[in-house]
Ligand binder design. Structure first.
Ligand SMILES: *Cc1c(COP(=O)(O)O)cnc(C)c1O
Length: 818
């Protein structure tokens, strides 16, 4: 049949079960086991088949099954869980912090809503869930991709095959958004020669609404409807269109909803066009461009997520002219003025970088771990060439994971018993993690979860082999893969080359020796490669090939279609979580935090979050933080370090089993891992830190509005600032024996009145180990003078400068070095 349309006949739920619908339309159910169990019990087979999608379950379930539940205790349980959801929402009626719009191109809430590709999306999902738990005043903005992200199949040869399944909004927890007259809400975005119309769905995530845009509307031409079909659809032009929809369309949607956020949080640069749209609004209200830019910046926050260059979108200027050319005149400046916001010089020419745009339109910016903050400051130093790298205005907020999403419910219940009632209320508080009480019962649950993982891996591999038409012998083998008692090492993440999934195979002989040694050890791998990432796909196939060559298929298993469901299974069932990125390419990484929550120990390169978390007692480090001459040298050194630590630490420690059936030293390490990772690397702690940034953003936005005249005058006077000179009297090279360094300076030229309150003459001293000291000089005899006494011996460099502090942020923003 040629399909003409899709219809959905909504079910009539028996009155005592009506509450199921309310529960199905709030993703709160996904982190509350009692709610999920209600759905599962309706029909366990359908529940599994629909990947745990309650809306679809209620659509498709046989009404007789629902009738059958009526005479049991089931309806009362529905009522109970519904009460719990309503109480949860009631407690969060009073919102915390300023109204904040959170923009993300992807969201990973649950495997049944596949509009995420990986870590970035899952992080956005966790951010929203934790914001809900904490009662933040947040709204999410994103895109509903009606073909979602692909499902991964592995061919018989181990090649990745991408399968897209159309998603039907009626079968998902999506509510169409209506305007004030009750008609479907529409906003338009100008594209060359046409307007692309957008509608939106609301997804309720606990107390936080998330609005997902769609271009799949009858009003649009077929090619425009396809813009929102696939997450990270290939091609720069498609990317540009999607990002215009997210940034510009997202802003217009908020306006159409009557929302006036004080703070805008860009999760990655995909949404950075929202800055241009806000500029357009402010210029239309009569503000000149430089002031409008200041007002936009004050309330904006940008989180950058990767040091990998390909992770930063950059568009050719011609493409930008074609799509956004009409925008320039509406911004009260010229083409160059707008392009300057995103310009980036590449060896092959000038491009427009979305990360640059996001940075130049945000007063606050951050990386996602301490190390990544530092790497980002260096990476973007070229945007602030006059500042020192340490002064580049990018801080860090280390990522965290949503405890209730990734902690297995059985462990959650056990922890609740052992840790006491405060823990579930404040998982971010280290004092609530009373880990010493975890022992035999904990280990019993852990072993169950490992066994469940292995059962599911066998089933999945069986299905895969059956689908690929493999022999009966191969099918039988699938049923015996892995050993439920053996130390199980999990490795699951995107197959990007820098994550080096094949590091383990650098020295196949050594690997084989470990695997044939006295201690049973096995590996489970999973991960998708981006459809356009050919090297990533080659890596995946190479991994599968190596395992076969070495005859290790019973001990090293690759499972297809990594998603949030499989991620949970893996982090909950593994003993060790392996992570081998090429330092410092892993901005944070989060799967290791999920594994730690469930009592696995991390075995990881000291990159991203692990560089911050590792303390020598809470897991294992691969290699050190040395810098290598080449990738090849680093790969070889890290591979050797990995074998060493496996042989000499991980295996002997795990198998030092006592009469209780587990190793006491291993358990002690788990205690330390839970104690250090559980509270700090939680999304609750992370969102708490973002709340402080939101509050600061709102405060700066108000201050910028109040300082409009000051800001305008300052911008007018800036050219005069750059014409000023600084004459200095400094001793040059000097050896100090306890006495201070003394300097003097004179400003040459007339300092405009508007700049005086913000101007400083500074002595800047940098220790060879990196610490920075900025000493403002005091006016004296028509000039300035000051001194610096080194706090300890060592070697220092110093310089002097004229510095202008920003009236809103208070940060040194414009400088003239002597
Ligand atoms: C947590 C998670 C990730 C991110 O893992 P990393 O360690 O950051 O690579 C990716 N995909 C899924 C499905 C996840 O749940």
């Amino acid at each position: 049949m040629r399909t003409l349309g899709h219809i959905t006949a909504m079910p009539e739920l028996p009155e005592p079960l009506q509450g199921l619908r309310e529960l199905a339309y709030n993703l709160w159910w996904s982190w509350n086991k009692e709610a999920a169990e209600l759905f599962q019990e309706v029909d366990p087979a359908l529940w599994k088949r629909f990947r745990g999608n309650p809306v679809k379950l209620l659509l498709e379930v046989d009404p007789a099954r629902l009738e059958g539940l009526l005479g049991t205790g089931y309806p009362a349980r529905v009522q109970g869980v519904l009460q719990a959801l309503r109480a949860y929402l009631e407690e969060r009626k009073q919102k915390k912090g300023p109204l904040t719009a959170y923009f993300s191109a992807e969201y990973g809430f649950h495997s049944s809503l596949p509009i995420y590709a990986g870590g970035l999306g899952v992080l956005a999902g966790d951010h929203v869930k934790a914001a809900s738990d904490l009662g933040l005043n947040l709204v999410g903005v994103g895109i509903f991709y009606h073909e979602g992200y692909f499902h991964q199949r592995l061919s018989k040869e181990g090649a990745q095959v991408e399968v897209y399944e159309p998603l039907h909004p009626e079968e998902l927890p999506l509510l169409p958004v209506q305007d004030r007259e009750g008609k479907p809400l529409r906003v338009g975005v100008e594209f060359p020669g046409r307007t692309v119309w957008l509608g939106a769905y609301r997804v309720q995530v606990g107390a936080v609404p998330v609005y997902l845009l769609t271009a799949d509307l009858p009003e649009n031409a077929p090619e425009d409807r396809a813009i929102t079909a696939r997450l990270y659809a290939p091609g720069l032009e498609m990317r540009l269109k999607q990002e215009m929809i997210l940034g510009i369309g997202g802003m217009r949607l908020l306006r159409a909803l009557g929302l006036a956020p004080e703070v805008f949080h860009m999760n990655e640069g995909h949404s950075a066009f929202l800055g241009l749209e806000r500029l357009r609004e402010l210029v239309a209200e009569g503000h000149p461009f430089p002031l409008a830019l200041e007002l936009v910046r004050a309330g904006a926050l940008f989180t950058t997520h990767t040091p990998v260059p390909a992770g930063h979108d950059a568009f050719p200027l011609e493409l930008l002219d074609q799509y956004l050319g009409h925008f320039w005149e509406k911004l009260g400046t010229d083409r160059e003025g707008v392009l300057a916001l995103g310009l980036e010089e590449k060896p092959w020419g000038r491009v427009f970088s979305m990360s640059n745009l996001a940075l130049k339109t945000s007063a606050q910016a951050n990386g996602v771990s301490c190390l990544h903050g530092e790497v980002s400051r260096r990476m973007f130093h070229h945007l602030w060439p006059d500042l020192l790298p340490e002064e580049v205005p990018i801080g860090h907020v280390t990522n965290g994971v949503h405890t209730w999403t990734f902690l297995h419910p059985r462990l959650r219940r056990h922890y609740a018993e052992v840790f006491g009632p405060e823990w579930q209320k404040r998982p971010e508080d280290p004092a609530t993690w009373k880990v010493e009480g975890l022992g035999e019962e904990f280990w019993r649950i852990h072993k169950e979860l490992r066994a469940e993982l292995i059962r599911e891996v066998r089933q999945r591999v069986y299905e895969e082999r059956r689908r690929n038409g493999e022999s009966p012998g191969r099918l039988r083998e699938a049923e015996r893969l892995l050993d439920p008692e053996a130390l199980t090492i999990g490795f699951a993440r995107r197959f990007a080359t820098y994550k080096r999934a094949v590091l383990l195979f650098k020295d196949p002989e050594r690997l084989a020796k470990i695997l044939r040694g006295p201690y049973p050890v096995q590996f489970v791998f999973a991960g998708k490669a981006h459809p356009k990432d050919e090297p990533g796909k080659a890596y995946l196939q190479e991994l599968i090939g190596r395992i076969r060559e070495l005859g290790l298929e019973d001990r090293m298993v690759v499972v297809e279609d990594y998603d949030m469901y499989l991620a949970r299974l893996l982090v909950q069932g593994s003993d060790v979580w392996l992570n081998t990125p090429r330092r410092p390419m892993e901005a944070s990484g989060t799967s290791g935090m999920k594994a730690a929550l469930n009592g696995a120990l991390n075995l990881s390169v000291l990159d991203g979050w692990w560089a911050e978390a590792f303390n020598g007692k809470n897991g294992f480090a691969i290699g050190d933080d040395r810098v290598y001459e080449s990738d090849e040298a680093q790969d070889m050194a890290d591979a050797q370090a990995l074998y060493d630590v496996l042989e000499s630490q991980v295996l002997p420690l795990f198998y030092a089993k006592g009469p209780e059936g587990y190793s006491a030293s291993w358990l002690a390490m788990i205690h330390e891992s839970l104690r250090t990772v559980g509270p700090y690397f939680s999304a609750a702690r992370m969102v708490g830190e973002y709340l402080a940034l939101y509050q600061r953003g709102a405060e700066m936005a108000r201050r910028a509005l109040g300082a409009a005249e000051t800001l305008e005058a300052l911008h007018q006077a800036l050219p005069a600032f750059f014409a000023l000179g600084l004459r200095v009297e400094a001793p040059g090279h000097l050896t100090l024996n306890g006495e201070p360094l003394r300097v003097r300076a004179w400003v040459e030229g007339e300092v405009p009145e508007a700049l005086r309150p913000f101007l400083e003459v500074q002595l800047v001293v940098k220790r060879s180990t990196g610490e920075l000291e900025v000493v403002p000089l005091a006016p004296s005899h028509g000039g300035y003078e000051g001194s610096f006494r080194p706090p300890r011996p060592g070697s220092y460099t110093y310089g002097m400068r004229l510095a202008l502090k920003h009236p809103v942020t208070g940060r040194v923003t414009w400088v003239r070095w002597a």
